[in-house]
Every structure is written in C-alpha cells, then in structure tokens.
Unconditional design. Structure first.
Length: 317
C-alpha cells in the first residue's frame, strides 16, 4: 500500500474514475458537466485525483494493442477499468505489470518523447531520426544491419549512405520495413502500421506472413496489419509537416484534425459528431494548441467549450 495515499484521496480517486467514465460517454449533458465542475472545484483532493486521471490517460494513450483496449486509449472505458488503472499506477495493491509489457519496453527506450514534444536525433551513421509526440524507439546497429524498433508513436527517417552497406530497417509489431535509400515516416497505431514514403522506396515484409512483401514508392502511403496490406494511396506533404513543428491540413474533416491535435495537447479534446464533418485547411504551429483552437473557432461555425484546461469540447454554435 502507498502510505502517502490518505482515505480522502482514495475516495477522491473513486469519484474521479466515476466522473471520467461519465464524461467519456457518447452523450454528455450540460447538467452532467455542471455537476462535474462543482465536484472538481469542491476540494483540492478532487483536483489532485483528476490530475491523476489525466496523468494516467496521457501515459496509456499510446499503449499498444490489447493493453490499450483494456486501459484508457479508448474513451469508452468503464469506471472499473479507470479505477483499476489508477490503483495500479499509484501502487495501491499489486505491482504494475505494464512495466514488463511492450509498453514498458517503450518507457525504457533509447529515445522517447512526451506529449507535445518533437525530438530530432542524428544517428551514428549520419542518418536522421525524428520522433513525433508520444513516441518511443530503440536503435540497434551491428555488423549486419542498422535497425530501429518503433514501440509506439511516429517517426521520420532520412537514411545516410553506409560505408559497410548494411541495410536500414524499421521494425513494428506488424512488420519489417527496409529502406531502399530513402526518406519516409512510420506511424505505429493500435493494430496497424502506416508508412508514407517521401523519397525513393521502402520494402515491407509482414510479421505474420513473411512471404507477403510490398514495395511502396515515393509519393505513396500504405497501411498494413500483421497479416495483410491495405490499398496503396497517394501520399501528401502533410504527413511530414510535424517534423517542422507545424500541423498542415488541406480540406480535412474537423474530426480528423481534432484527433490529430489531441496527440499534442494534454487532457481530453472532444469533437462533437455534429461538426466533425466540417472541412478545414491551414498550417498551424503545434506548440500553441490554444491558438489553433481559436483559429478554428474564428474560421468555422463552432464554439470551444473548456470545462477546465484538461477537458475541451468543440461543438456547434
């Protein structure tokens, strides 16, 4: 048991997990939001407990695969799931097995980034590795190959020529990607990997079907699971804009833009389905998500409602 956790804080955690489940529902009424606000402002322990919910959600939002579905990656979580996660995170009861999982490997990775942070790295062979927000990767160079293991998140690679002519590979849960002298981005999603190639080409071998291979050329993008490929689609410059610290969109649905923006912003950022289909174009600095939301409110017929700085909803006027 954690000796610093008082009875009052335990109760606050139970209440916080309840409110998280309520506010994560498909439909949240103004009365529910008002009652949550009253609860939040009522006591410092309530504010502390809500911060623990946010901390846990932030840490688990990138947990891969089945771990994520049992945690807080999806907002449609139950009170029991949230409470269990909070108790494990705070050390109440048993130890946190997540540390031994694939997500735990990511937490111990050579390179990792927090939410809202983009990191640029020069590797020992001169290749460039850029990690997007909430990403983790290990780098292993040996006599036979250069490899990057992407645990979660998104990376951009620009390979350098290798005097020893070792292949450059990126490993994800869904497959192995071999650079054919190239520049590309790789995004590890729950059950998919998304590849976008900016220069030259990349060869993909599926994890569960080694005989299945595909070459993706410059200007193309492809999603794949461990067992099958989706259809190759045209890529765009937007897939690389984050490496410059900007969010660039061209006639994209607002719901898709908000989903991307939420990866860089602490707390919950929700988009009402009633306005999710509105289209947006523009280039925005990712370091100031509040400014992006203000521009969206000025550009589209929507309003930005913030219960606290950690809970924001975009809805119709």
């Amino acid at each position: 048991m954690n000796p610093s956790l008082t009875d009052a804080r335990r109760q606050a955690l139970r209440s916080a997990s309840h409110w998280y489940a309520v506010l994560s529902g498909e439909r949240v009424s103004p009365l529910q939001e008002q009652r949550w606000q009253q609860w939040y402002q009522q006591d410092q322990d309530h504010q502390w407990a809500w911060q623990q919910v946010e901390n846990l959600r932030s840490q688990l939002s990138h947990v891969p695969g089945n771990v994520a579905s049992r945690a807080l990656h999806d907002t449609r979580v139950t009170r029991r799931q949230v409470m269990k996660g909070l108790m494990l995170l705070l050390g109440v009861g048993g130890g946190w097995q997540l540390w031994q999982s694939e997500a735990g490997e990511g937490l111990r990775a050579d390179y990792r980034t927090a939410k809202g942070v983009v990191s640029h790295q020069r590797l020992e062979d001169g290749s460039r590795l850029t990690l997007n927000t909430q990403s983790a990767a290990d780098v292993r160079f040996d006599a036979h190959q250069r490899s990057v293991r992407l645990w979660y998140g998104e990376i951009a690679i620009t390979t350098a020529k290798d005097a020893r002519q070792r292949p450059f590979r990126v490993l994800t849960r869904q497959g192995e990607l071999t650079a054919l002298g190239t520049e590309f981005t790789v995004f590890q999603q729950d059950n998919l990997t998304r590849l976008a190639v900016q220069q030259h080409a990349v060869e993909i071998v599926l994890a569960s079907s080694p005989g299945e291979k595909r070459i993706v050329n410059a200007g193309e993008s492809l999603e794949f699971s461990a067992t099958e490929f989706a259809t190759v689609i045209p890529g765009d410059d937007e897939s690389l804009s984050w490496t410059q610290g900007v969010l660039s969109v061209s006639d994209k649905p607002l719901g898709e833009v908000i989903a991307t923006l939420s990866r860089y912003r602490n707390g919950v950022l929700r988009c009402d389905p009633a306005v999710a289909g509105l289209r947006l174009s523009g280039t925005f600095p990712l370091k100031n998500t509040d400014a992006i939301l203000q521009v969206i409110a000025q550009t589209l017929p929507v309003r930005i409602q913030s219960v606290t700085r950690y809970w924001t909803t975009i809805s119709a006027l």
